[in-house]
Design a binder for this molecule. Sequence first.
Ligand code: TRP
Length: 327
Amino acid sequence: MSNNRIVSGMRPTGKLHLGHYHGVLSNWLELQKNFQCFFFAADWHSLTTEYANTDGIKESIREMVLDWLAFGIDPEQSVIFEQSQVPQHAELNLILGMITPVSWLERNPTYKEMQENLTTKDLSTFGFLGYPVLMASDIILYKAARVPVGQDQVPHLEITREIARRFNHLYQPVFPEPAALLTETPKVLGLDGRKMSKSYNNAIFLSEDADTTRKKVLSMVTDTQRIYKKDPGEPDRCVAFNLHSLYVPQEKRDEIVVACRSAQLGCVDCKKILADCMVETLAPFRAKREELAADEGLVDNVLAEGSKKAEVVARETMNEVRAALKV
Ligand code: TRP
């Protein structure tokens, strides 16, 4: 029953930033080389919080998928699709909902946390409570063996395994229990020193232009204890230096550390070095993305083709589910 299939989804939030690049995307790219991967836009999941205003979702999917494609997530190698185009996700969600105890969902830490934090939205809906059931459907519909996710999604994976186990126990063994695939990802800090995030307004986007990136880098917080250029600085306290480790070659970085600590290099010049390296690294990606974006129908085509392929697998699973269920 085991296989090597990988499934992962992203809620469409629009353009991706450096945090995505060094986290999820580089991870996906590695997996794509070695395994059969299903990558999808989790647009129905977006409805759990965005149900009152769905205007931006289509455009967010387009921006996100363009970033995937420009990055090298390849529709020839991986199945790239849109959740809402594969109705079996909803079908399995309904069935899994019948066997999932409400108490499992109510005790989910993400549920409690978001209820408390997102006070601007009314999240006391059936669908929001059922977020992990839909996620379980996404995963076991393809009998995934492993699911690359961030640490924050681990409780959801735990519920997914519990649901799969319960189905297998109640009816017949249909579903393998998927494991979370947690890979080491560097922590990417945003312009203000908090974790890079679109909602914090501190992100450098993959698809923005070089000038915008330069300006943002120059606005970054450095070592707040270094007031004057003549004061020695400490790279370990410097927010910008967090990005140096991702973009500036080791040798240059070693020089910078020495020059900063001895007050020979000022923060502005130091950030210019970072900006140059970053812009240079991102240039091929940005060129590729522009080229892809010029093709108006590309994303729609990729998603339509991918969704067809996904549906073939999804249908097979649903046949087994219906047979096991005898309904
Ligand atoms: N919940 C995930 C997130 O917010 C997105 C997601 C939905 C997902 N379905 C999935 C991830 C299935 C992995 C597998 O990041």
